[in-house]
Write a protein of this length. Structure first.
Length: 374
């Protein structure tokens, strides 16, 4: 069955500098590469718009990389192209990512004109020594200024990213960051645990014993404190790493967690549409040469993969997995199908089943709990 609506993701792979922990599809570009990329992206937008026909775009997310590093008017140009070739819902949420030190009043005005209604700022920490370890080229003052610039142009839905479990990070660092962040005029906070991706500068420094991660017990305490502190200050958790004031949950990300359709455009972007997963090439030259025929890892969804993805995504959220909805979706019996796993997890007090909904008790170890089902 074809979905009548979907979320649109647009990837901007450029950064001013590469963060030490980052393994995303991003790099520091040359000027010609930026121009070539925008032209290629517009070609892909035009072709993709024809492909999806009359289906409705419910949210747009412009991520990276750092979209705010693009030259003036580039985002307006891209969004004009999107609206010309897709049917975009009038009340569509349009999110754009930015680094605090690359978001001035000119950028804020441009993004307002482009129809951006939501801003996501990569703060990561208030502590200068943590920002240095992460190779972040901003400070907390930059974040405050960026938020004021956004508000000046009526972009009022604002997310701030923070990171937990960073080498040399202390509980004092976390508490100070949280204390300052909740005082900002923002609506959403994403608190991510550091993932040490292979072959990144940060991971190599840890492997060479130049840096050391906080003990696991401390990392757990950091997360638990974050959850309690944010909820006490009006940001309730609705997914493992995401906290929002009431009514300000990320529509785009909720679509992912509910297994909604999404179309990814740009270098390395992922898509899930009409029961098929695929990814665009991460080879820049290949993408520029033919952005409309650069898909790879094309995989048709099976009942097995659909079940696994449904379980994984639902258990990441505080809403949990609704057993009745699962049974109706797959014409099955979840409690019977996963009886031994459920008995084990209940016995170990890792999950709870209340009113036909399964929830994980300790979200920090959710990955290992979810893995039990597979």
């Amino acid at each position: 069955m074809l979905s009548s609506k979907f979320a649109l993701y647009i990837h901007i792979p450029f950064c001013v500098s590469k963060c030490s922990y980052c393994d995303f599809c991003s790099f520091v570009p040359k000027e010609k590469q930026v121009k070539d990329y925008i032209n290629a992206l517009k070609k892909e937008i035009i072709t993709a718009g024809q492909r999806v026909g009359g289906r409705l775009v419910t949210s747009v997310y412009i991520g990276g990389g750092t979209p705010s590093t693009l030259p003036p008017n580039a985002i307006v140009e891209i969004m004009d192209c999107v609206r010309e070739h897709f049917i975009v819902l009038n009340a569509c949420s349009v999110t754009i990512e930015a680094n605090p030190n690359t978001f001035d009043k000119n950028k804020a005005k441009e993004y307002m004109l482009a129809g951006c209604s939501r801003l996501s700022l990569g703060l990561q920490s208030h502590s200068p020594h943590i920002l240095k370890i992460l190779n972040r080229a901003h400070n907390f003052d930059d974040c405050e200024k960026a938020i004021q610039n956004a508000l000046f142009y009526n972009i009022q839905d604002i997310n701030v990213d923070i990171m937990l479990g960073v080498p040399n990070q202390t509980m004092k660092d976390v508490k100070e960051t949280l204390k300052r962040v909740v005082k900002l005029p923002i609506t959403h906070i994403s608190a991510y645990g550091l993932i040490c991706e292979p072959n990144t500068p940060l991971t190599r420094s840890i492997e060479q014993n130049k840096l050391s991660l906080p003990p696991e017990e401390l990392a757990v305490d950091m997360y638990d404190y974050t959850v309690k502190f944010l909820e006490k200050n009006g940001f309730y958790r609705y997914e493992i790493s995401n906290f929002a004031k009431t009514g300000y949950e990320s529509e785009h990300n909720l679509n992912y967690w509910k297994r909604g359709s999404y179309l990814g455009l740009g270098l390395g972007a992922h898509s899930f549409l009409d029961g098929t997963h695929w990814q665009n090439t991460e080879n820049f030259k290949e993408y520029i040469k033919n952005p409309t025929l650069c898909q790879k890892d094309i995989e048709r969804e099976t009942i097995k993969t659909a079940k696994e993805e449904t379980i994984m995504l639902a258990l990441r959220t505080t809403q949990g997995l609704n057993i009745k909805e699962y049974n109706e979706m797959f014409d099955g019996n979840f409690l019977q199908e996963y009886r031994s796993v459920l008995e084990k997890l209940l016995k170990e007090n890792l999950i709870e089943i209340t009113n036909g909904v399964i929830r994980i008790k300790n979200m920090y170890i959710s990955n290992s709990i979810i893995a039990e089902f597979f």
